[in-house]
Ligand binder design. Structure first.
Ligand code: L3W
Length: 423
């Protein structure tokens, strides 16, 4: 089932170095793209069906077309390398195993959007990854692939790495921009969208590492070659991080559209210790959980996930077996979002803390049945009443556990009732 489109160089020793990467085709698309008009490059990316790999799945080429025409302001590219969504560990492979793929993608994107300055925003915890990335950027500058005249063409491009400081919210695109500007990472209201008013008030395209790294294959082989992978509306391949209670957790590149249970069995080796499946978190902690029954009909693409009431997200699949305590999982989940709330909006700052206290009350055998309904009510009252989707990521997923695994919450509460009755 596995394919090697993005991961073609991942297993080649020292492919992070320019010498080895070039031997295996790095920067080979540049002659081709500089012979085209920027709009032609955008058109190929649109045709390829590439969608944003950070979580939202927004069409990449379409996003580029939102830039204002004939602006006199500089246009920026911000590469989202924050990769902080729990269970997501795909972009780090690109950063470490094939950073020149990302740099080539940045050149392609910047040429298409007429940008001469790109920022790579990398999560603070990626200390070893940032060293490999910066070394590759330095090599690219020294070899003339970045700087005043990219690969000898009349095109200037500078790439700057900006390190985060450990805040999940800085993966949200506008908080990321605030952080690059040296301010506290708090999301901005949209509109205006960053494509119109982004970094330093200038038009800015923000794309995920994997989205940008998909460009060299598309430009080298054409839109049709990319669309040959995946489904009609979910074109191409994706780097999936499979974790949880499977025999072979890991990062696997797969085309879109495969049945999730086949992937768990044939790629990730199936469940450990012959346990039974309880559920699957399909695309990072923000995505609503699937029950084992629902998983039977789910395929790994944007449309199937939406049809099952969840989201494809960032390809971080977490497999839950029958040993998993859902109430404890939900406590962990809410704790994470509460901790990572930037504090700007009251429903998020206060509401998530309130939800956490209720779940902890249930876990301490002090809950009542009314607490489950109160949690659901809080989810409704927090969701979409804030500047960004951080709290919605928490409430949408929490609601899915409450609705699909309600009996587990009730079991704690029933136990509390009997405990108090005997006291
Ligand atoms: C111009 C319009 N631009 C939409 C752009 C928008 C954004 C993209 C998607 O992320 C998920 C969630 C989080 N004119 C536009 C327009 N855009 N309409 O398209 O927008 P949207 O609003 O659908 O999604 P979002 O709020 O950006 C929601 C996850 O993404 N998330 C992402 C983190 C990513 C990383 C990473 O890449 N390393 O950390 C953060 O919130 O979980 O699932 O660019 O501007 N009319």
């Amino acid at each position: 089932m596995q394919v090697k489109v993005l991961s073609a160089k991942f297993d080649i020793p020292d492919a992070n170095t320019l010498e080895v990467a070039k031997k295996h085709g790095a920067y080979a698309t540049l002659d081709k793209i500089f012979a085209m008009q920027p709009e032609e490059v955008t058109e190929i990316v649109k045709e390829s069906g590439l969608r944003g790999r950070g979580g939202a799945g927004f069409p990449t080429g379409l996003k580029w077309t939102f830039l204002p025409k004939d602006t006199d302001k500089p246009v920026y590219l911000a590469v989202n390398s924050d990769e902080s969504e729990p269970a997501t560990f795909k972009d780090r492979y690109i950063l470490v195993r094939d950073p020149h793929l990302l740099i080539e993608g940045i050149i392609i994107c910047c040429y298409a959007i007429r940008s001469h300055a790109a920022y790579i925003y990398i999560r603070g915890e990626y200390t070893s990854q940032v060293k490999v990335l910066q070394a590759a950027i330095d090599e690219a500058y020294a070899a003339g692939y970045l700087g005043e005249s990219v690969a000898g063409f009349d095109f200037q491009l500078d790439v700057t790495v900006h390190r985060g400081a450990g805040a999940y919210i800085c993966g949200e695109e506008t908080a990321l921009l605030e952080s690059v500007e040296g301010k506290k990472g708090q999301p901005r209201s949209k509109p205006p969208f960053p494509a119109v008013e982004g970094l330093y008030g200038c038009p800015t395209i923000i794309n995920n590492v994997q989205s940008i790294s998909s460009l060299p294959f598309i430009l080298a082989n054409g839109a049709a070659a990319y669309k040959a992978y995946g489904t009609e509306k979910s074109a191409g391949t994706h780097l999936f991080g499979i974790s949880g209670l499977v025999k072979k957790p890991g990062m696997y590149e797969l085309p879109f559209g495969l049945p999730i249970l086949d992937v768990l069995e044939q790629v990730a080796g199936g469940l450990r210790d012959n346990r039974t499946l309880k559920g699957i978190i399909p695309g990072g902690s923000s995505t609503p959980v699937l029950t084992a029954e629902e998983a039977k009909t789910v395929t790994l693409d944007y449309e199937s996930m939406a049809a099952h009431g969840t989201m494809f997200g960032s390809g971080g699949i977490v497999v839950l077996d029958d040993t998993v305590d859902i109430v404890k999982l939900v406590e962990n989940l809410i704790h994470f979002y509460h901790h990572e709330s930037c504090g700007q909006c009251t429903p998020c700052r206060e509401g998530l803390g309130w939800m956490l206290k209720i779940v902890q009350k249930i876990l301490n055998y002090e809950g009542t049945m009314a607490d489950i309904d109160l949690l659901l009510e809080l989810c409704d009252n927090i969701e979409m009443k804030t500047v960004c989707v951080l709290s919605a990521a928490c409430t949408m997923s929490t609601r899915s556990y409450l609705n699909k695994f309600r009996s587990e919450f009730e079991a704690y509460i029933a136990h509390s009732a009997s405990k108090h009755a005997t006291m």
